[in-house]
Design a protein around this ligand. Structure first.
Ligand SMILES: *[C@@H]1O[C@H](CO)[C@@H](O)[C@H](O)[C@H]1NC(C)=O
Ligand SMILES: *[C@@H]1O[C@H](CO)[C@@H](O)[C@H](O)[C@H]1NC(C)=O
Ligand SMILES: *[C@@H]1O[C@H](CO)[C@@H](O)[C@H](O)[C@H]1NC(C)=O
Ligand SMILES: *[C@@H]1O[C@H](CO)[C@@H](O)[C@H](O)[C@H]1NC(C)=O
Ligand SMILES: *[C@@H]1O[C@H](CO)[C@@H](O)[C@H](O)[C@H]1NC(C)=O
Ligand SMILES: *[C@@H]1O[C@H](CO)[C@@H](O)[C@H](O)[C@H]1NC(C)=O
Ligand SMILES: *[C@@H]1O[C@H](CO)[C@@H](O)[C@H](O)[C@H]1NC(C)=O
Ligand SMILES: *[C@@H]1O[C@H](CO)[C@@H](O)[C@H](O)[C@H]1NC(C)=O
Length: 694
């Protein structure tokens, strides 16, 4: 077995405090501030929600309407206000970083970066997620007196204690850090994230933070033991664990303490891959559709996604019921949104009909995000209305700062800029969130963004009602009312996509070519009028009458693009994996400047199981470029083959009775490649990898 003497790493350099950022703002105390329940869905498609399915003309549309079951959400919408022009960013990490930092995604994070990345040259921005010295949403509302709690998916960075929910001002959190984990075993397998990382998908991703404990979740539910249970909501299903946690927070809230209202951020794992749901829901959704006069599902994944959607709806029913039971509802503001539009690749299986494209594209299907507000806080006169003002995902930070009575300005970031400027490093952008958005929404008046351009991404600009989309765009298609379907599955099986575009092995992206991603090219610019043509079907860029507009918008985008925030985030380092093994007890967590963060003392090599020791040896072996290259060469072939096989199943005859099969253990595959390749094996066992400090 490998010699572990070389496992002497980063822990020495760990210093710094974990004091949560503070705000200089003052609370104002007029009438009691509302409780806030923020519900963030993951990867929700425009057509995967009942209130976007109200008009159905064709048979297929009627079938689609029967399949999408969100009665609770529909009810909340009827008592609330729909924000019909809410824009986010095309993928999750940047969208969430925007939401939690109040910056437009192009000003905080433009692409997903591995949580284990770090660039020692830039201790402020040289990590994944929100730069360390920006003030988070939690800190703002807490400064206004709120009790702040975060449950569910984070995906806004984890490198230092300042990057975590606790560091961003949440009194407590129960979270996972990455884009997804497995709903059953809580590890970050290939099915969850579509990648094999430097840490070889070996770790759990489930953490707890509060004032008395910070470290791995240790309960018995780190298992897939309940996967075959016929109970509707077995506890080891991660969404159930999150629901129970949030219910406890609501139930423990001291309602007499009006100075300290509740801010609960519940970020669902649903509806992100892997497609996993308790058997009961998978059975029940088909029964319900048939009972209401519909047909059986013809795509196993579509059925799975609809079952997951119903599960999310039932969870919202329970969370809102808890607010009601505590007598908090009449002063509660509920916000519901999704990080980005639905992924229309397999196995993402969402549908943005009638919008074009999906997650990873700048078309409306990727960036126009289903959003509404509800709860007793909504004035009666506005209930059941639709707000048409343009709202950005970055605006919530300012909306909540206003509700909390604090100044949204980020003085901590301004302070850091003095140093960053001296060092010649990228400066942190000021908060982009607009003041007055909630007043406009509740008052039914024009909003602050309605008459100015919105910087959607480095390749797209909205100047309502016109929208410019440039460059290569994946998923440049219109899906139908029933998507995915047997035709989609047929296309996939013939190798014509839609494949997942972000597949990577040891941080190297695999690109299978345009046809696999239904990728097209808008080159210098496609131009749409999204008000008259919400599906972006008519490209106006060749219309002579639009020539000036097109030229002007291209130039506006180029100007905006000069403000794109692209600091050097750094490479992934195996030290982050070692830290997860020892400090995090086999869970992902902060790995830089962690002194005083983890409640438990770190494990030592002797504490590890023999499997864990092997895992560390393989991770270490991968620090050799030669070893890494061999894995990068062989692993994609094996994995893509596995992924395509396990993807979706066409069952026109209503034969989708089994759940999607599971892939083999990722680590075993990588181990096989490294350990059974004689030259590599020799090198791994006899050379000491370089252990750089992070
Ligand atoms: C913090 O989390 C730990 C572990 O779940 C729990 O036992 C403890 O009660 C929590 N403390 C607070 C103050 O919430
Ligand atoms: C709840 O808040 C009230 C008002 O601040 C306070 O008097 C009371 O002690 C609190 N109850 C608990 C259990 O902390
Ligand atoms: C909602 O709460 C009810 C009552 O406690 C429970 O039986 C059900 O399992 C919960 N639903 C979900 C989706 O957790
Ligand atoms: C909310 O309900 C409580 C108790 O029923 C009541 O005292 C309070 O005035 C209500 N608040 C509003 C804003 O209606
Ligand atoms: C950034 O935040 C860290 C942690 O709070 C702090 O130690 C450091 O001094 C800050 N850096 C700058 C440039 O403000
Ligand atoms: C914006 O900048 C990014 C990164 O430098 C570049 O990839 C993109 O093409 C630019 N977009 C435009 C419209 O110039
Ligand atoms: C089935 O999927 C294909 C793409 O694979 C799409 O073009 C078609 O519109 C879908 N059919 C329905 C009825 O939604
Ligand atoms: C790994 O290799 C061994 C020996 O060749 C084989 O028995 C095993 O099935 C392989 N495991 C996987 C997951 O490929």
């Amino acid at each position: 077995m490998a010699n572990f003497g070389w496992l002497v790493f980063l822990l020495g350099s760990l210093q710094g405090s974990i004091a949560a950022p503070t705000s200089d703002a003052k609370a104002t105390a007029a009438k009691p501030k509302p409780h806030i329940l923020f519900l963030l869905a993951d990867d929700l498609g425009w057509a995967n929600i009942g209130f976007h399915r109200t008009s159905a003309t064709t048979e297929d549309e009627k079938q689609g309407q029967l399949e999408v079951q969100t009665p609770t959400i529909n009810q909340l919408v009827s008592e609330g206000v729909v924000l019909d022009r809410h824009y986010s960013y095309r993928i999750c990490g940047p969208a969430r970083s925007a939401l939690l930092s109040g910056r437009l995604a192009p000003h905080v994070l433009v692409k997903n970066v591995a949580v284990t990345a770090s660039n020692p040259e830039d201790p402020v921005s040289g990590f994944a997620g929100i730069p360390r010295n920006m003030t988070g949403m939690g800190a703002k509302v807490r400064a206004g007196g709120y009790k702040t709690h975060y449950t569910g998916k984070w995906d806004a960075g984890m490198a230092t204690p300042q990057h975590t929910p606790y560091g961003r001002g949440f009194d407590s959190s129960f979270i996972y850090y990455q884009h997804a984990n497995d709903y059953w075993n809580k590890k970050t397998g290939i099915q969850a994230t579509g990648e094999i990382t430097t840490c070889l998908n070996a770790f759990y991703d489930l953490m707890i933070e509060n004032h008395t404990y910070r470290g791995p979740y240790k309960g018995a539910a780190l298992t897939d033991a309940c996967k075959d249970s016929t109970e509707p909501t077995p506890y080891c299903y991660e969404e159930k664990m999150f629901e129970e946690h949030s219910l406890q927070i609501i139930n423990n809230h001291n309602t007499s303490d009006v100075e300290h209202p509740l801010f609960l951020f519940h970020a669902f794992h649903l509806l992100h891959t892997p497609l996993q749901v308790p058997k009961y829901y998978y059975e029940q959704i088909e029964k319900d559709v048939i009972q209401r006069g519909g047909k059986a599902f013809d795509s196993q994944n579509r059925r799975m996604l609809m079952a997951m959607t119903k599960y999310m709806d039932d969870t919202i029913k329970n969370l809102t019921a808890a607010f009601k039971a505590k007598g908090m509802w009449n002063n509660t503001l509920v916000v519901f949104t999704t990080d980005n539009g639905g992924p229309i690749y397999e196995p993402g299986s969402a549908n943005n009909y009638p919008l074009r494209g999906g997650k990873y594209s700048d078309f409306e299907g990727g960036v126009r995000t289903t959003t509404f507000i509800s709860g007793g806080y909504i004035p009666e006169a506005r209930r059941g209305h639709v707000h048409n003002g343009i709202v950005s995902v970055a605006d919530w930070y300012t909306i909540f700062s206003e509700l909390a009575g604090v100044d949204p300005r980020d003085t901590q970031a301004e302070e850091a800029n003095k140093w960053l400027k001296e060092q010649g490093l990228s400066l942190l952008a000021p908060v982009d969130g607009k003041a007055g958005q909630l007043d406009a929404t509740l008052g039914g008046t024009a909003g602050p963004r309605d008459s100015e351009p919105l910087f959607l991404s480095g390749s797209a600009l909205l100047e309502y009602p016109y929208k410019l989309v440039t460059g290569k765009q994946p998923y440049m298609v219109h899906t139908g009312p029933l998507y995915p379907n047997c035709s989609t599955i047929g296309s996939m099986q013939k190798g014509n996509g839609p494949d997942f575009i972000d597949f990577s092995v040891l941080e190297e992206k695999i690109d299978l070519g345009d046809s696999h991603y239904w990728r097209g090219d808008c080159e210098a610019g496609c131009l749409f009028n999204v008000e008259e043509d919400p599906s972006e079907s008519i490209d106006l860029s060749h219309d002579p009458a639009q020539k000036d507009r097109l030229t002007r918008m291209i130039s506006t985008l180029a100007d905006f693009n000069k403000t794109l925030f692209v600091p050097e985030r750094g490479e992934t380092h195996v030290q982050a994996c070692y830290s997860a093994m020892l400090n995090g007890g086999g869970h992902f967590g902060p790995f830089v400047d962690i002194a005083g963060y983890y409640s438990d003392p770190p494990r030592v090599i002797e504490d590890l199981s023999s499997k864990e020791k092997t895992q560390m040896a393989v991770m270490g072996a991968l620090t050799f470029d030669s070893v890494k290259k061999v894995v990068q060469k062989y692993a994609p072939k094996i994995l893509l083959g596995q992924l395509e096989k396990s993807c979706d199943k066409c069952c026109e005859d209503g034969s989708c009775d089994g759940q999607t099969q599971n892939l083999p253990d990722d680590l075993a595959l990588v181990e096989n490649i490294t350990m059974h390749h004689p030259a590599m094996h020799h090198q791994a066992m006899h050379q000491e990898p370089e252990v750089a400090t992070v």
